[in-house]
Design a protein around this ligand. Structure first.
Ligand code: G4P
Ligand code: MG
Length: 177
């Protein structure tokens, strides 16, 4: 199965729908885990687009600033290669990251590829510690095992290899599509 094909995912996988209230409750679980940990993040780096809304709700609990980056999964026209690419990055990454404690935020740990790519790029600017908070972790074979990649790993809920329907993707929230 293609790792990045949302269309293919949608045709063959069970769908699991979440409401905004479900998401908020899961963020609260996540926030409690972060606050109980020794990481004590100084700020968040939200990976757009999926990490934006979780990061904003997390800020309600953690009360730390949010910085944002955008990474898209690029599909090479010539080679057929697929991989993450940065489309927007931090303004002054050395100033921001050096010797700081950072929490990366994304909505889902699926293959791990996008988050791993982001973590590698942030690491180049020598933060003292890196944590990762995801709302959902899918228990499935991974490209990258993120809990082994970062010093602090937090997830709000674990599930199987299902397709998660986030409320922010709904065209008609009442009719779940
Ligand atoms: P990972 O590092 O977070 O595991 O992400 P991976 O590269 O495997 O994910 C590829 C894209 O597929 C990501 O979107 C991810 O959010 C999305 N995705 C994976 N599983 C699900 C799912 O169950 N439901 C939904 N709705 N999306 C899923 P992206 O390219 O980062 O797009 P976006 O963040 O702008 O939405
Ligand atoms: Mg994303």
């Amino acid at each position: 199965m293609a790792e990045f094909g949302k269309t293919l995912y949608n045709t063959v996988m069970e769908k699991r729908f979440y409401s905004y209230n479900d998401i908020h409750r899961t963020v609260k679980i996540l926030a409690d885990k972060v606050m109980a940990s020794p990481l004590k993040p100084e700020f968040m780096i939200a990976i757009g687009g999926g990490g934006f809304i979780p990061a904003r709700i997390l800020r309600t609990y953690l009360d730390i600033p949010i910085f944002t980056v955008n990474i898209v999964l690029y599909e090479g026209k010539q080679t057929g290669e697929k991989g993450p690419q940065i489309t927007q990055w931090l303004d002054k990454p050395d100033e921001l990251l050096e010797n700081r404690r950072v929490l990366i935020v994304d909505e889902v740990d699926d293959s791990g590829a996008t988050v791993a790519f982001c973590k590698e790029h942030l690491s180049q600017h020598n933060p003292s510690e890196i944590g990762l908070a995801v709302l959902h972790r899918k228990n499935k074979p991974k490209k990258v095992e993120l809990p082994q990649l970062v010093e602090h790993y937090f997830c709000g809920e674990e599930l199987g290899d299902e397709w998660i329907c986030y409320p922010w993707d709904a065209l008609d929230i009442d009719n779940r599509n």
